[in-house]
Design a protein around this ligand. Structure first.
Ligand SMILES: CC(C)(COP(=O)(O)OP(=O)(O)OC[C@H]1O[C@@H](n2cnc3c(N)ncnc32)[C@H](O)[C@@H]1OP(=O)(O)O)[C@@H](O)C(=O)NCCC(=O)NCCS
Length: 236
């Protein structure tokens, strides 16, 4: 874990940190001691598995935020903002650091950038109702993308589209599922247009990167920059 104040984001850069949360248990105090009282209360209301994931992910998020923020700006105050998107408050609210996180099956990913950023990971898994889920949440062109796969390929295609869509919604701090139908993603973008509006016009100024941080985990990163210099780390 990088020490407080030690990380600098290059201009045009985005940093990704991937962590396994099911390794040997760290002493509980080292995880829970960095959480705020409201986060501890939230954790207390969860069953064992989700609590362990939430505490592990939130503690690492706080430690990583501390690494990117100048220590002179005071204590790290993290609150739930619009639609539940975590945000920094006080003097830290205007420090220009954007971040987002996602967790799935005891794996977590953390993204940092100087512009809006959203990230999502999902474990690849059998989803017998992939096409029905697509019909419920996706736009017609995305549904067609899932439907053209053989049945056994449909879950992976669904999750590839889902993670791209969720990454974008999380970047703009939107709401799921309400905002999923307001734009579309292209798995094989023509002329770089990975994001399209409802009418099929390119949404410019964004980069969408597919991720596979581990064999069985896929995801996507959406950054409000036309080009991204990506750095990746693995957290022990
Ligand atoms: C966050 C949300 C948008 C997605 O949830 P998810 O896929 O279960 O969760 P992820 O692990 O990808 O992301 C969770 C993190 O995103 C962040 N987050 C929460 N709301 C957010 C929002 N509106 N915008 C951006 N980030 C948000 C938080 O850091 C959260 O972590 P925390 O729970 O530890 O605080 C959730 O509010 C939601 O609506 N989920 C519905 C998912 C669904 O319907 N899935 C079915 C098809 S697979």
């Amino acid at each position: 874990m990088p020490p407080p104040g030690s990380m600098e984001l290059p201009i045009g850069g985005a940093d990704l940190w991937f962590a396994a949360l099911d390794g040997p248990l760290r002493p509980p105090a080292s995880d829970t001691s960095v959480l705020a009282p409201c986060e501890l209360r939230r954790a207390q209301g969860m069953s064992v598995g989700p609590r362990r994931t939430f505490v592990g992910a939130r503690a690492r998020l706080r430690q990583l935020l501390a690494a990117y923020l100048p220590t002179s700006l005071g204590p790290l105050d993290l609150r739930r903002g619009v639609n539940g998107k975590p945000r920094l408050t006080g003097r830290l609210a205007h420090c220009g650091l954007h971040f987002n996180t996602s967790h799935s099956q005891a794996r977590a990913i953390f993204a940092f950038s100087r512009s809006q950023v959203g990230v999502d990971i999902e474990a690849l898994r059998p989803l017998p109702s992939a096409l029905r889920l697509a019909e419920r949440f996706f736009t017609p062109s995305e549904i067609a993308e899932v439907a053209k796969q053989r049945a056994r390929g449909q879950p992976d295609t669904f999750l590839k589209i889902w993670t791209r869509k969720e990454a974008f919604v999380k970047a703009v701090g939107g709401s799921i599922p309400q905002d999923l139908g307001t734009f579309q993603v292209a798995l094989e973008p023509r002329r770089g247009a990975a994001l399209l509006d409802e009418d099929g016009r390119a949404i410019r100024g964004w980069t969408m990167l597919p991720l596979q941080p581990q064999g069985s985990i896929i995801g996507a990163l959406a950054v409000r920059q036309t080009r991204v210099k990506l750095r990746r780390w693995l957290l022990a």
